[in-house]
Write a protein of this length. Structure first.
Length: 229
């Protein structure tokens, strides 16, 4: 059985890469032999369109700066969380208590902040940092652990990301373009249709090839499900 993939948890570039991987698997085993040629063609057209639009969006001169700043803030929040968790095992009680206060605050936002979409991650980081700066107990905990500079850097990075993101949005305002969100929905529907027909064909036309294809697809699903774990 082919496993499920939560497409909401992968970014546009990853979504396109995943589709290409699935298309490649089907191509290797011949879509006609698998009895999914129309569904294969539909997914390919949908993915090609999405890839073209995505590349166009990335062409904006600010896009690379946005990607770079996003990667920077991802590293900062991941590193900050790991540092706090490490301190929960410290040999000094005061540091352990401070780390537990901070960990409780971070945990309110889940452990996938760096995996959120751009807008959600920006809002979450601002809220997390605001909660630290406006709570004396949490602020004191940060100071006890010597992580004040880390907070300052994380806030600066998130602020810069937000500035770049809003600037690009202003530049692209009014441009006629297909909506990537709508294309993603269409692509997911095409993918699910392909999987539905593939699984039906495996019942109607029993063959070892379907087990092979299922295993290969599941390998990619596992990979994209665990991208940031």
């Amino acid at each position: 059985m082919i496993q499920a993939l939560d497409f909401n948890q992968i970014r546009n570039s990853e979504h396109i890469q995943f589709n290409n991987a699935i298309l490649h698997v089907c191509e290797q085993h011949n879509p006609e032999t698998l009895h999914i040629k129309p569904q294969y063609d539909a997914l390919k057209v949908s993915n090609d369109t999405m890839e073209t639009i995505f590349k166009t969006a990335r062409g904006n001169v600010l896009t690379q700066d946005i990607i770079t700043e996003d990667e920077k803030r991802d590293r900062l929040i991941i590193g900050f969380s790991q540092a706090v968790n490490a301190y929960t095992n410290h040999y000094i009680t005061e540091k352990v208590e401070a780390a537990e206060i901070l960990a409780a605050h971070i945990n309110k936002y889940g452990n996938t902040i760096a995996h959120l979409n751009y807008v959600a991650e920006t809002a979450t980081l601002f809220d997390l940092i605001d909660g630290i700066e406006n709570n004396t107990d949490i602020t004191a905990a940060v100071t006890i652990l010597g992580l004040d500079d880390w907070i300052t850097e994380m806030k600066a990075s998130n602020t810069e990301f937000n500035r770049l993101y809003e600037l690009r949005a202003e530049q692209e305002a009014g441009k006629t373009k297909l909506n990537l969100r709508e294309l993603r929905i269409e692509s997911v529907n095409c993918y699910r249709e392909l999987i539905k027909y593939l699984q039906a064909a495996s019942i109607m036309h029993p063959s070892d090839i379907f087990e092979t294809v299922t295993n290969e697809i599941n390998e990619f699903i596992y990979k994209y499900t665990n991208l940031r774990h």
